[in-house]
Design a protein around this ligand. Structure first.
Ligand SMILES: [Fe+2]
Ligand SMILES: [Fe+2]
Length: 267
């Protein structure tokens, strides 16, 4: 999918108003990376050695991202603020593995990547002496986030093949997530008014919505045509129920039962 175009509009890091917005965006990123480190918790639920390897590697990468964003704050002489409640809600760990890989890795980190690659990399002004260095760091982060999304998509495909019924709650949750996004954008747009960069926000949200929709189609749970309202309500209700159920899920470990087979000692 084509990258989002901010028409060359960038933040002015000498303006207090722009610094306030950049600080807000970076603060959400910093919090997201801090919770990202806890993907290490998934190590306990890893169903095979490949998954265990992935979660170890991811936890190390997220910890590095956390420190990297802290460097960016220092480079720009900014201090982080507490996260927005939406970010807090969206980055809560889910112990139910199918929802975790779908909502956190495939969709969640996909949106994180949209913001890092399409917003931060495009709107930080190259004229600022530290920005070239910051962008180098962000490119590394983006490459690793791409790996996390790819893992989420691979696992989502595997789980959908094993349990085809998951396509209904997955679709419903996607509809719900996509219906919340424009509300969040509208709240920001009201605050940001006709700011040079922020005025692109409604178009950016639409861009993300289309990309996530196409991602759902590629993963096979979003139909070619948007289904009629009764199915959407049915899928959203199932999605909500599964999400509520997931809040009481407990991680179950398997590796201590499967390690001999995983290591090739048993069939
Ligand atoms: Fe990260
Ligand atoms: Fe990540």
């Amino acid at each position: 999918m084509a990258e989002f175009d901010f028409a060359g509009d960038t933040f002015d890091l000498t303006s207090p108003e722009d610094r306030r917005i950049v600080r807000f965006v970076l603060s959400q990123a910093l919090f997201g990376e801090a919770t990202g480190v806890y993907c290490g918790k998934s190590l306990y639920a890893a169903h095979n050695l490949e998954a265990a390897r992935f979660y170890l590697r991811q936890a190390r990468q997220e910890l590095a991202h956390l420190e990297l964003f802290a460097d960016i704050f220092r480079d720009l002489e900014l201090t982080p603020e507490p996260p927005h409640w939406v970010i807090r809600l969206m980055s809560a760990h889910n112990n139910y593995y199918p929802l975790k890989v779908f909502m956190e890795h495939a969709v969640g980190e996909g949106m994180v990547l949209d913001i890092f690659r399409d917003v931060l990399l495009k709107t930080l002004p190259d004229a600022h002496p530290k920005v070239a260095d910051i962008k180098k760091k962000l490119v590394v982060v983006c490459r690793e986030e791409e790996e996390h999304v790819a893992w989420g998509e691979k696992e989502t495909r595997r789980l959908l093949a094993a349990s085809p019924w998951l396509r209904h709650p997955f679709y419903g949750l996607l509809e719900l997530q996509l219906s919340v996004a424009p509300m969040v954008a509208a709240a920001f747009a009201r605050r940001a008014g006709d700011h040079r960069v922020m005025r692109h926000l409604p178009r950016f949200v639409e861009h993300v919505r289309k990309r996530v929709w196409a991602q759902g189609q590629a993963l096979g749970f979003v139909p070619a045509e948007r289904p009629a309202l009764p199915y959407r309500v049915f899928a959203m209700s199932w999605g909500v129920l599964l999400f509520l159920r997931s809040q009481f899920a407990r991680s179950t470990s398997t590796l201590e039962k499967t390690y001999r087979a995983e290591l090739g000692f048993e069939a």
